[in-house]
Design a protein around this ligand. Sequence first.
Ligand code: B12
Ligand code: SF4
Length: 316
Amino acid sequence: MFGQILRNVFLGRGKKQTTVSLDTVLDSADDHLKTFDMLIQPAPQSKPRTSFNPDIPPSEMSMMNLTVRQKLKLATKAVPLMYNMKKGSQMYDGKRRATRHEATAEFIADLEQRAYQMGVESIGYVKVPSYAIFQDKGLPCAYAIVFTVEMEKEPIETAPSFECQFEVVKGYKNMAAISKKLAQHLRRHGYDAYPGTALGGITDYPHLAELAGLGAIGYHGLLIGPGAGARVRINTIYTNISNLPTLEAQERENEHLWVRDFCAMCRKCIRKCPVEAIYDEPRPRGDGGMQTIEHATCRDYFAANFGCGGCWRSAL
Ligand code: B12
Ligand code: SF4
């Protein structure tokens, strides 16, 4: 049973595998969007969420070859992760009607304090541009609270490894619990709030985090922030609060964009990637965004090597 969950949830479908793929699991988590009469639609140029299905047989997937001890260890984080993701997705019921749509500065300060107490590393706000909504998805609310959680340096330094993968799953578990709790808090105060899915998601998280001013996207495509660098995971809460302190509302610029110039000189992540999946420099995608990695090359190595993460190590 647990092997099945692991396979479905963390692996994707290999060539000969007959079980449902991670893409299917994540798409079904987005099915709740169908319960809404109206959703904010993606832009015509929006990209689909990239597939997690690798092109390697299940026998080569690292998660299929875990020891019993590793499986049990992973279960301590994977089970609460699945529980919180399910609870979070049930909050998308299409029936909610907000009674408030503006928040005081005190309310936002209190929200942030709660978030930091739960383990959030950084938090910011953005009006979601329609091109950041993945193709075939839709948004129940126009605004996003974007937050990061840090992953511990020691296990990440061992990437790719089981220890690193465990830390990744722990990060996902923390994010799923935090986004659900903060969304419940917002709802108790009359606002609309929908926790972003920890695994997967309906919007491009690094892009939203950059727009929220939490950091800048590096040459490896990952958000690099002033605290833990790229060693963070990102999640969102979609809300109807229309006066959030976005960078735009504060008439501020993202002060981290110098990172891009630094990346152009550094290129350590490009050299560190074991399969040369990171492009020499980001390639314009034709929609204002940039593509930084060869998805399929990264994904196959990722599936065979505990979700890799080697590109984090360039910045440690
Ligand atoms: C599918 C997926 C994957 C797939 C495909 C990757 C991809 N980018 O498509 C695979 C399995 C390969 C993968 C691998 C990894 N992933 Co991943 N992945 C996702 C997921 C679920 C969707 C991404 C997606 O489909 N994007 C759409 C495609 C078309 O966009 P893209 O062009 O590739 O995306 C980039 C551009 O838009 C670019 N960009 C946009 N504007 C600009 C402008 C400039 C100037 C530049 C330079 C770039 C840039 O930044 C985007 C993000 O990389 C996101 C979660 C989410 N909802 O965002 C996590 C996510 C991006 N992954 C994450 C991580 C950490 C990883 C791994 C390290 C694995 C791991 N163990 O955690 C590797 C790193 C690989 C890499 N260097 O990108 C984190 C990133 C955290 C961070 N610090 O930014 C996310 C946000 C998950 C999370 N909730 O934290 N991932
Ligand atoms: S996760 Fe691994 S394979 Fe993918 S880009 Fe980073 S270093 Fe390369």
